[in-house]
Design a protein around this ligand. Structure first.
Ligand SMILES: [Zn+2]
Length: 72
């Protein structure tokens, strides 16, 4: 079973790297990484389409504020 743990660790590392890259790109643009700065999601229109990470502003600083609050 150890091989599966190793694979999972690799996937987790890869995901973390991709997430960091994505966050860096959006930090430069100043846009929310979750909704790409739109402030809403087009796929979940039947539920609340407003992005909860940035409260619909689409701004990176609002996203960072919300995300940091969740980590605390
Ligand atoms: Zn957002």
């Amino acid at each position: 079973m150890e091989i599966f743990n190793k694979i999972n660790n690799r996937i987790a590392e890869w995901n973390a790297t991709q997430t960091k890259k994505k966050i860096n790109i959006h930090r430069r643009k100043g846009t929310c990484p979750d909704c790409s700065g739109r402030g809403f999601f087009t796929t979940d229109a039947l539920i609340d389409p407003t992005c909860s990470s940035c409260n619909g502003t689409g701004s990176f600083s609002d996203w960072a504020e919300t995300t940091l609050q969740q980590l605390e």
